[in-house]
Design a protein around this ligand. Sequence first.
Ligand code: GLC
Length: 417
Amino acid sequence: MKKLFWLLVAVLVMSTALAQQTRLRVFVGGQQRPDVMRKIFDLYQSRNPGVRVDVEVGGATSDQQQQYLTTVLASRDPSIDVILIDVIRPAQYAAAKWADTLDKYLPSATRQALLQQYLPAYAKANVIGGNLVALPSFADAQFLYYRKDLLEKYGLKPPVTWDEAIKQAQTILAGERNPNLNGIGFMGNISEGTVCSFLLPIWAAGGDVDEGGKLVLTEAQARASLQFWLDLMDKHKVAPPNMAEKAQDTIRQEMQAGRWIFGTLFAYAWNRFQNDADSQVKGKIGVVPLPRFEGGRSASCLGGWQWTISDFSKNKAQAYKLVRFLSSPEVSKILAIDASNLPVFPSLYRDADVLKANPWFADALPVVQAARARPVHPRYPEVADVMRKALNAVLARIKTPDAAAKEVIDGLRAIYR
Ligand code: GLC
């Protein structure tokens, strides 16, 4: 009888504790290392026993994630509290009123002081029309990953220009005679990474899509970019004929299996190459800035991910506390060490533990600082769609660079009216 009494008391205490517990649901994309994020949420829970964080994982690519999130948010679904969004999204979130603006938690002086700690590109990307829409999680940029062992075997130094990269790839491919080995990997399917592929040659030649909200991209610049990527396949034979099928993580997986000499990838790939059990390239990869064109300059695509609070969350105050933790130097350091996610705090690029896990971060800060932002536009998904579909169609040989370039300009004009 006594036992039963105590059992009842225990059940009562536990259920009251559960009832008092706040449950936060966080959305994280499949490529943004949900395993490492879980570790970080466990740490938060251990310090905040009243809070439980559940992770929802979805979408392999940035655009697939957003397609799903658009459905959730457009229906004002309150089930997700906190969302990890790509650096290209804050303007869209602000325009759609999907994000709880964080200004109300941060008096303007505090907000100023907080934002100053981050790399300027991220402080800037998250303030839309004067409102703070999100806080930075990690920085990102595209780099040239290369097979150190293969370049060394042929007495080659990492390439500085695209011409050098093409020649090196041709030399190594001819020497290796390995039908499974490819030259220069880049994104070509209809996904967000392909937008970066499209923009890289335009930036490297000194161009851009818009300036001060006005469309400045010319048809000639668009054509030159489309032709450059097509030539890697058809003229220089350093990429296989099916580049129209390649998403970023496809290139990463193939490079991890030893099938690429060069890959134009974002920072997360490093940790996978070094630590995944199935990696064939552990210790064989080097990372340098992307090549430039003869007489031009190296350009990289600014990436990165941000924490935003859904405006439909029923736990906004608790969600804000979690987001402050997630955007702290402590978490930035964990993400750098466990996932090779580039820090959003400049000092972490000199941190001994961070550099032990990612020696190349020592030279990565200038690349992130010089990286170019994709257009900031409330209708960004449409802007992106025009660019990635054009490059994909050229690589699939459905359209010529001439026809696709014209469509890019017509498509963008309709959006930038
Ligand atoms: C990386 C970048 C992100 C970009 C994506 C494209 O995740 O951080 O900004 O959109 O790659 O694949």
